[in-house]
Ligand binder design. Sequence first.
Ligand SMILES: C[S@@+](CC[C@H](N)C(=O)[O-])C[C@H]1O[C@@H](n2cnc3c(N)ncnc32)[C@H](O)[C@@H]1O
Length: 255
Amino acid sequence: MNIIRKIRQQFVEYIKHIFDPIVNVYLRRRYGIKKAYQGMFTSSNMYEVYQSPLFNGCYERSILNDSTLARQKDSLRFRYYINASIARLAISGGGDFVCVGVSYGVAPRLIYEYLKPTGFWNGSHKFFLVDKFDQAWCPSMGTKIQQSYCGSFRFIKEEFQEKNFEIIKQHAPQAFVEYRINNKISFLLLDANDMVSEYKTIELLYDQITCPGFIIIDNYGAYASNEAINSFLKTNNNFVIPIGNHQGIVIKLWE
Ligand SMILES: C[S@@+](CC[C@H](N)C(=O)[O-])C[C@H]1O[C@@H](n2cnc3c(N)ncnc32)[C@H](O)[C@@H]1O
């Protein structure tokens, strides 16, 4: 039964890969709209996302880390652009950066390269990478394995050798109980695909976030319910801005 489901899934993916570019070309020519993300189309010029030499150079380099994601690089471009540009804003907070859910590290590699020209990494700022690299998929809902996630810690150690990176090889939120980040945090990217650990991470780290400070919940729109996150933020006079591409952004402007 499982094998049949797997074959069917792969067949659908295969068909999507064939038809996606054709549909995109048709929509662009006929209606002047293009695909910005899975299920999201726009007629906006999107110059920064598609043509900006700095972003494109960094994106083309970092997406190569993950061959599965690289196959969908055009539809993921907008999502990663949001990560990079919010990270650029987060410089203003003056604190450290944290990425929860790293896999092959497309987002942290992109953000690191994108911010390099600002000189931000020349200072003592840290970029914490939190993942157990055990290919866990939604561990809070029962242990499952996602083969496309990175299971090689060696790859990560080699890929992230710059002095700014600190790798915490543990799941969140446990990682933040065992390893205390002393500095303030200006940028928190949650991409573990696990609503419970992401909620608990926000709860644990929220006081440590600077003003201004930024949280990206990468799969916010994919969850059926975000009640825990929403009500926690409400008690802190804050809220998530859903931006229609599954990501939700929290901007902390006051304590
Ligand atoms: C979608 S991938 C991350 C992709 C990555 N942000 C990128 O841009 O390449 C999800 C990762 O989260 C990890 N993960 C799952 N549960 C986690 C948790 N509770 N804490 C930290 N990482 C977790 C998985 O091992 C997997 O590597």
